[in-house]
Design a protein around this ligand. Structure first.
Ligand code: GCO
Length: 494
């Protein structure tokens, strides 16, 4: 996610390659010719070394791709789908770059079979996606919308019949607008609304789903949605923000308990964001501590019984105002596994002007470091720090549920030569190996994302996919990075 605006807008309160037949299925007419040029370009990568590298992760290591409903589905007004906060936010002028909307997105709603086929061809075995709350309930916020439910059953069946495992995120940020009208995540009633959504999903999809993630990146959607207002629903109230923190934490644990009863055989997890935080100089250590508590610890620690990190970020003491008797216990839930999502490092320095944190971010653009197209630093070592942190918390089963990089990829002669993205993956896989060798229980890695998609307030400029989307035609074109993964995961060793 783009956490560019996250902290500080928030804090002021407001070898030779055997691609073989797999390749031909999705690359169209000029296949022979393109294959040759792609092979030449890709041959500069030494697949034997890459393969040896991933072998160190073990034969059972999970390789997958991820996406999220609102970012890909499109079809926002079909089959009685309700509007979500993101549908409404996108209609407001100036909220999304270039006035983009997700009305069509990548049309995954209609084209999922093609995307699943590509996933399979690239050699991935797991497919992570999210369920839109707005498709599976009706306006009374309780009854089931059978048409929306049927869509997800078809999707799950397609994933399974391709031999892939579906890992499903229940909440990836698209709250029904009708619930936001009642206060959204800042209204304690949200716990019951969320439980009803989870119940519908467990009842209808439980047999198909391999693993559950109850929510995606709680630290991000609360701060961006209710504190900085940079994301939907665009609210900027520190008090409401604190309420959302507590009610989201309670909703997470309640959802976990409900799933454990409803789907006792299935593993239940959550996807947390993590950004390694460093100080510009040793004097900045206290700022690092506060920002780290806000970005990385706030939602993890109550769940594992440590409570909110209020010693290190004193403003969090105000969370007690929203406690009811028994909440200390209700916050806890023992997840079967944890998903961690790592994109970039944050560097901070002291600043007396920023309340609560006493520091500000020093942008990557001022530090002369390598960056993605959203001007975020590329810092692979941070992935290792993240994994170590979660091991130290005591998690026994860790997966990277998202990692990837955006660039403004351009289609030239039918190809996208995204060598920098390949290098990004190599460097991050190195950190997985480093973690594995040191005994960190890292068991899987999901690329964000299979295809380019709607990057929230950033619209469509920044592309994260292994597969390029030509938006006017919705044509899918596998980028070199996609071919690189295919070479790594599918081609036999020499
Ligand atoms: C997030 C979300 C994804 C983003 C991805 C790239 O972390 O923000 O899980 O929806 O698109 O992270 O920014």
């Amino acid at each position: 996610m783009n956490r560019k605006e996250f902290i500080f807008k928030s804090s002021i309160g407001s070898g030779s390659l055997l691609i073989g037949t797999q390749f031909s299925a999705t690359t169209g007419k000029d296949f022979q010719q393109k294959k040759t040029s792609s092979l030449q370009l890709l041959s500069k990568f030494n697949f034997e070394i890459d393969k040896l590298r991933i072998q160190q992760l073990g034969n059972h290591f999970i390789w997958g791709v991820a996406n999220a409903a609102f970012q890909v589905e499109g079809a926002t007004q079909i089959h009685n789908k309700l509007p979500s906060i993101w549908d409404e936010f996108s209609l407001q002028k100036g909220k999304i770059k270039n006035g983009d909307t997700a009305n069509q997105a990548t049309d995954f709603y209609h084209r999922f079979a093609e995307d699943i086929r590509i996933t399979k061809e690239l050699g991935f075995t797991h497919f992570r996606f999210s369920i839109a709350w707005t498709r599976v309930i009706t306006e009374d916020l309780h009854s089931e919308n059978l048409q929306g439910i049927e869509y997800y059953i078809q999707l799950l069946k397609e994933i399974q019949s391709a031999g892939l495992k579906p890992w499903v995120t229940l909440y990836h940020w698209d709250l029904p607008a009708l619930i936001e009208e009642k206060g959204g995540w800042a209204n304690r009633q949200i716990i019951n609304y969320f439980k009803r959504f989870v119940e519908i999903c467990a009842d209808h999809f439980g047999d198909y789903v391999d693993r559950w993630f109850v929510v995606n990146e709680p630290a991000a959607f609360t701060a961006l949605g209710y504190l900085s207002g940079y994301h939907a629903p665009g609210k900027k109230s520190p008090f409401n923000y604190l309420k959302t923190v507590h009610y989201v934490c309670l909703s997470i644990a309640e959802a976990g308990r409900l799933l454990r009863v409803k789907c006792p055989q299935k593993k239940i997890g959550i996807a947390y964001s993590y950004s390694v935080v460093h100080g510009a100089s040793p004097k900045d250590a206290s700022v690092v501590t506060r920002v780290d508590a806000f970005l990385n610890r706030l939602f993890v620690e109550p769940s594992i019984g440590l409570g909110y990190p209020e010693k290190d970020l004193p403003v969090l003491k105000r969370l007690k105002n929203y406690f009811e008797p028994g909440d200390d216990e209700l916050l806890k839930f023992d997840f079967d596994f944890v998903g961690v999502q790592y994109y970039f490092r944050v560097v901070v320095g002291k600043s007396v002007f920023i309340p609560f944190f006493g520091g500000r971010e020093i942008p990557a653009s001022k530090r002369g470091v390598s960056m993605n197209s959203m001007q975020r630093e590329i810092y692979p070592e941070g992935l290792y720090d993240c994994l170590l942190r979660f091991k130290n918390y005591g998690f026994k089963d860790i997966v990277v549920s998202e990692n990837g990089v955006c660039y403004r990829d351009e289609l030239k002669d039918g190809e996208i030569i995204d060598t920098k993205r390949i290098e990004f993956f190599q460097a991050h896989i190195d950190q997985l190996v480093r973690a594995k060798i040191e005994g960190i229980p890292i068991n899987g890695y999901f690329v964000w994302s299979l295809t380019d998609n709607f990057e929230w307030s950033e619209g469509y400029n920044d592309r994260f996919g292994l597969v390029y989307i030509d938006y006017p035609t919705q044509q899918r074109i596998i980028k070199h990075s996609g071919l690189w993964w295919q070479g790594l995961l599918v081609a036999p060793s020499q």
